[in-house]
Structures are given as C-alpha cells and as structure tokens.
Ligand binder design. Structure first.
Ligand code: ADP
Ligand code: MG
Length: 227
C-alpha cells in the first residue's frame, strides 16, 4: 500500500549538503506494524514525514494506495493527509487552550464534518484510548501518558488507515510508554491500521512485525519478526 522508491531528501546548509534520506526504497504493506530505529540524525523523522505527505522529496517518489502523493497539488495532498494519515508526535502537540475532546475534534473539523458528528466521534476515540472520563480536561490537567493518549485518539479519530508516530514514548516513563505501545499494538491488531513508529527503545522495537534500521539516511537493516 505504501511504496517508497529511491527517495532522496537533501538540505543545503551553507556550503554543506546533507542527505537526510539517501536513495531509500521501502514497501509497507497494509496492516503492517513497523518500527523505524537508528541513531539520532539518521533520517527517521524525515522518512516518516515523507511517507505522510508532509515533506516533498528532492528525488524519487512515494506512492500510497496507488497515488503518487508528490504528484498531487498541495491542496490535493492536504486532502490526502486528512483522509489517510494520522500523526502522533513525541511532544504530543496538543493545543493547551482546548479540552481533550476539542483537541481530538481538530482533524474532523478540518475535514468539514458536522459538528455533532465531530463530538460524537471524538468521544468514541477518547473512550477507545480509555479517556472517556477526561474529555473536558485541558492538557495541563492531564498526566503525560494521558496527554499522549489524547494525541493517539486525535491520530485515529478520522479512521485514517495509516498512523505515523514519531517517538511516541520518547517523553514518557517506561511504564506509561509501555501502555502507549500496547495501545498502538491493539489498534493494529483489532482495526488493522497500518502503523509505523520511530523508536530508540529496543523493547519497543521488539513489538513490531517489521523493523527497519537506519544509518546516515539509508536503510541498513530490514527484519521481519512476524511469526
Ligand atoms: N529542515 C532541515 N534542514 C536542514 N537539515 C535537516 C532538516 N531536517 C532534518 N535535517 C537533517 O537531516 C538529518 C536527518 O534528520 P532526522 O530525519 O530528523 O533524523 P532522526 O529523526 O533520525 O533523528 C539530520 O542530519 C538533520 O540535521
Ligand atoms: Mg527524529
């Protein structure tokens, strides 16, 4: 469902050219639960954002569900993201002045859904991550793990078939991080959502069906752990 073909993403910093991604090719199948590992600066986030339609490659192409996402106009690509991709970030990225429920409603609001549906679906998503009772809380009234669960709910509320998580447990303690990982695993098992997550943590990588290891903008290992 996701085909990355020979993707290079280069940045020029003064005299120096940095290849954040260097001729990367990767296939992700529908329902994959995939971990991306590698040292800091190896290109993991760049790979994730390229897959999600947020970062145009310098060379190469990315095909998702049959469409070349970087051949679309930026408006079409924004629509593609809204309908197909959910993002979860290390720093949660919740809006502080909105309640948990309102934060989860954002993708639905952007998609122009009816406001009553927005509330209903957002509440369902919060219930799914075990936070139905925290709907009216603001982010600063929630623990780190709860904030990340709100972010997970926001990532899944539009029923996107692809969930991209950039170090989703990076700012959480071990136990809370494990809970977030089990939640992602559950979403993958039960709803068959395709999930790609970046992690530094070996035990988190062990949960994946497939693990991709990166160094210096290249994929250097590909392991299939599915039994
Ligand atoms: N916007 C940018 N401008 C210049 N260099 C960048 C930019 N984004 C990322 N890079 C560089 O690309 C490389 C890969 O970055 P990144 O994908 O964030 O790595 P990782 O997520 O594995 O830590 C790094 O050397 C980083 O400094
Ligand atoms: Mg990163």
């Amino acid at each position: 469902m996701i085909e990355i073909n020979n993707v290079t993403k280069s940045y020029t910093m003064g005299e120096e050219k940095i290849s954040a991604l260097n001729e990367v090719s990767l296939t992700v199948e529908e329902g994959d639960f995939m971990a991306v590992t590698g040292p800091s600066g190896s290109g993991k986030s760049t790979l994730l954002y390229t897959i999600g339609g947020l970062l145009t490659p310098t060379h190469g192409n990315v095909q998702v569900n049959g469409s070349m996402i970087y051949s679309l106009t930026s408006k079409e690509r924004a629509r593609f993201r809204r309908e197909n991709v959910g993002f979860i970030f290390q720093t949660f990225e919740l809006l502080p002045y909105l309640t948990a429920l309102e934060n989860v409603m954002i993708p639905l609001s952007l998609a122009g859904e009816d406001s009553r549906d927005q509330e209903k679906w957002a509440l369902e998503a919060l219930e799914k991550v075990g936070l139905g009772k925290r709907a009216t809380h603001k982010p600063n009234e929630l623990s780190g793990g709860e904030q990340q669960r709100v972010a997970v709910a926001r990532g899944l509320v539009n029923e996107a078939n692809i969930l991209l998580a950039d170090e989703p447990t990076g700012n959480l303690d071990q136990k809370t991080g494990d809970e977030i990982m089990s939640l992602l695993r559950e979403l993958n098992d039960e709803d068959g959502q395709t999930i790609i997550y970046v992690t530094h943590d070996q035990s988190n990588a062990k949960l994946a069906d497939k693990v991709v290891g990166m160094i210096d903008g290249r994929i250097v290992t590909r392991i299939n752990q599915r039994n």
